[in-house]
Ligand binder design. Structure first.
Ligand SMILES: Cc1cc2nc3c(=O)[nH]c(=O)nc-3n(C[C@H](O)[C@H](O)[C@H](O)COP(=O)(O)OP(=O)(O)OC[C@H]3O[C@@H](n4cnc5c(N)ncnc54)[C@H](O)[C@@H]3O)c2cc1C
Length: 459
């Protein structure tokens, strides 16, 4: 198993020649900080709304080489958050967000078709599975919420045979099917978007780190100053490094391991429908197949931190990758003797509500907090941020994800206790439940701390 910083998807997508760094001063109508999906979709939407607009994208490294180019490629809606949305925003607002997130999943597929970008977009449902008794029914709240919102077909419960008919893992005890979902080759999507933006005339300067934002418009880089009417801040977990955002999000990490092509194993498993699969653990496992017959398997159990303490272990932690590999082999014993070829990881921007946040401070408009579900929702985020930057208000900017009531990570005691203590408790809780035991009282107490404080960490 080769540990790589950027992961297999970017290797498969092929190298790109970085664009020129920005040297000295510049000006633009809108400056977009960050060249992941959110920044790039925002730039795209800005040009859709005003084709003649002068859009400048500044990216610290190379566009799409962060999480956008190395994630699991689950292109999800926000139906999994329907219960939380309903509770926070009410039924009509929750339904509007879920439907807008469906539009985003469809729109990404349509964008790939129209622009001739082969990002391996494949529409297939999301299968939520239970691998322990305690996970059974972990989808019940979402099913109830979808029913209450008048959309009972979005999520349906499945019996064990139905689940194993779709993927025959001996661990699967039951599940639920989320109707609308897709998978993509994430790096092909990010780099395809970068290429189309360059073709369309957006200026993209890579290897250009923004060091300061002017709320009234304009930014500073190490080498100069950019004047602009509006800024868009789309830097994922790095948001916490900008003044005023320190407690707005926490940072966790997720890791993926990938097999060699195993089409025969997929046939044995009966896993040929392209379903993306996620379990009901607190620190979630997620798995999918690829166009060339591999299995990608991820685990959201990496380090956690609060504030801007982004440690190098967020990028790649060998211990976490090894644990993910052991879980892959438990899920699919049929893989015995087959090679696991790659492992990589990256940071996750955890929002206190589990929902992404889009808002403005003066002429700076920001988006963050995808909490491990940014592939689909970042398209919607791009639509929202482009409108905020142009001061256009419509149904998108009225969604409950925009200017939500402010929830921040409390400085104490969670911050003092630190992410590592909470993570240890979550690991111990999941391990106990995997073995069919109830977690100890102290473990259960610490593991429940985030929720008791009103925070909704990754599932
Ligand atoms: C291993 C892993 C698996 C995941 N799996 C899934 C999945 O299956 N489905 C899903 O929906 N989501 C998944 N996610 C999350 C998903 O990848 C993110 O939500 C999404 O990519 C966020 O896009 P973004 O544009 O906000 O961030 P990014 O892709 O991180 O882009 C932000 C960019 O900003 C740049 N930047 C940072 N600071 C500065 C600065 N000061 N100046 C200029 N540029 C800067 C960075 O270099 C980066 O390129 C996963 C994430 C990881 C790490």
């Amino acid at each position: 198993m080769r540990h790589t910083r950027h992961g297999w998807w970017l290797e498969e997508a092929g190298e790109v020649v970085p664009t020129r760094p920005l040297e000295g001063d510049a000006s633009a109508d809108v400056v977009v900080v960050g060249g992941g999906y959110l920044g790039l979709w925002t730039a795209w939407q800005l040009l859709e709304l005003e084709p003649g607009l002068d859009v400048l994208v500044l990216e610290a490294a190379i566009c799409g080489h962060g999480p956008s180019g190395r994630n699991g490629g689950f292109c999800e809606t926000l139906w999994g958050d329907a219960a939380a949305l309903r509770e926070r925003a009410g039924e009509a607002a929750a339904l509007a967000v879920c439907r807008a997130s469906e539009d985003a999943v469809h729109a990404i597929g349509a964008w790939c078709d129209t622009n001739d970008v082969d990002a391996w977009y494949r529409a297939a449902p999301l299968l939520r599975v239970a691998t322990t008794e305690s996970q059974l029914g972990s989808w019940d709240d979402s099913i109830r919420a979808a029913g209450a919102l008048g959309a009972p077909d979005e999520l349906t419960a499945l019996g064990p045979e139905e689940v194993r008919g779709r993927c025959d893992s001996p661990l699967f005890l039951g599940g639920a099917l989320q109707r609308l979902n897709a998978t993509v080759q994430p790096a092909r999507l990010a780099l395809g978007l970068r290429a189309k933006l360059l073709e369309r005339g957006a200026r993209i300067h890579e290897r250009t780190e923004v060091t300061r934002l002017h709320e009234g418009g304009g930014v500073e880089t190490r080498l100069g100053r950019v004047r602009a009417r509006a800024n868009v801040l789309a830097v994922n977990s790095r948001t916490a490094g900008f003044p005023g955002y320190r407690l707005a999000l926490a940072v966790a990490s997720s890791h993926i391991v990938l097999t060699e092509p195993v089409p025969d194993v997929l046939d044995d498993l009966g896993w040929t429908g392209g379903e993306a699969i996620v379990d009901g653990r607190t620190l979630v496992h997620y798995t999918r197949t690829t166009e060339d017959g591999r299995i990608a398997f991820g685990w959201g159990g990496g380090v956690m931190g609060f504030g801007a303490r982004a440690s190098a272990r967020l990028e790649l932690d060998r211990e976490v990758a090894d644990t993910a590999r052991a879980s892959l082999e438990r899920f699919f014993p049929q893989l015995r003797g087959r090679a696991v070829t790659h492992a990589w990881g990256g940071p996750i921007d955890v929002s206190p509500t589990h929902l992404p946040v889009f808002a403005s401070r003066g002429r700076t408009h920001h988006g963050f907090g995808f909490t491990g579900n940014g592939v689909g929702p970042s398209y919607l985020g791009g639509e929202i941020l482009a409108r905020l930057a142009l001061d256009r208000r419509d149904a998108r900017t009225r969604l409950a994800l925009v200017e939500p009531e402010r929830t921040r990570f409390p400085p104490e005691p969670l911050r003092y206790a630190g992410g590592s203590l909470v993570r240890r408790a979550l690991l111990a809780k999941d391990a106990a439940e995997d073995e069919g035991r109830a977690p100890g009282t102290l473990t259960a107490l610490v593991a429940s701390l985030p929720r008791r404080l009103g925070l909704n960490l990754p599932r």
